[in-house]
Design a protein around this ligand. Structure first.
Ligand code: FMN
Length: 199
């Protein structure tokens, strides 16, 4: 299903067409396409070019790892994400590689790399749905993530599926219009809450 953003100003179709569906098809994602997703993340900008992101991937044909990843999600997310052929955990490393000092931008950079990945997914005709609803402690224990790294989000990836296959309450959410705050509420100039003229 498509749910393009209804924008006040023209934006790139990739950005307008990205959205977070919960209805996924069971069709697997080809390994080359998976590699393209992470290549897109790889070329993201980062503070000191530290590239502090790590991704743990589980594809549905790898049943043991897929189940391990699925078990880290909260039940609300399991209900729909279990149909997605790919689950990913996005992780931020806490320290700079060049000097071992805390990296205050690690989470920002991991998010930015994930945004690249999600845009690349859209370009490939895939959909991505990010999730904060996962048990970070369980993920740390399950995947032996060191305490120098912080799991940030889980991501379900796959092709669009039938809305009618979702539980009924989720079907409703799937078709609800996408909404955003106006530009005037977050684009300031000169001072906090002083809206820029051009918006
Ligand atoms: C960091 C993050 C955490 C999110 N957590 C969840 C989640 O746990 N479950 C869920 O169904 N959607 C989750 N979402 C999806 C958001 O609800 C969704 O991006 C938002 O409503 C905007 O919709 P859109 O992505 O379709 O534009 C999350 C998104 C992000 C970026």
């Amino acid at each position: 299903m498509e749910k393009p953003a209804v924008t006040d100003h023209d934006i790139h179709p990739l950005l307008a067409n990205r959205w977070s569906p919960r209805a996924f098809d069971s069709k697997l994602v080809a390994p080359e396409k998976l590699a393209q997703l992470f290549e897109a993340a790889r070329w993201s900008a980062s503070c000191f070019n530290d590239q502090p992101w790590v991704f743990i991937v589980a594809t549905k044909d790898d049943t043991i790892n897929y189940q391990k990843m699925l078990d880290c999600l909260v039940p609300f997310n399991v209900a729909w994400a279990q149909a997605a052929p790919v689950l990913i955990l996005a992780i931020a490393q806490k320290h700079f590689k060049h000097n071992g000092k805390p990296n205050a931008w690690g989470e920002y950079d991991a998010g930015q790399a994930t945004a690249n990945l999600v845009c690349q997914a859209t370009a490939l005709g895939l959909f991505a749905h990010q999730m904060g609803g996962f048990d970070a402690d369980k993920a740390i224990a399950t995947f032996h993530i060191p305490d120098t790294a912080k799991p940030m989000a889980a991501i379900a990836i796959g092709y669009a599926g039938e809305v009618s296959n979702l539980p009924i309450d989720l079907q409703e959410k799937e078709t609800t219009p996408r909404v955003r705050q106006p530009l005037s509420s977050f684009v300031f100039t000169g001072d906090w809450q002083q809206t820029a003229d051009f918006v």
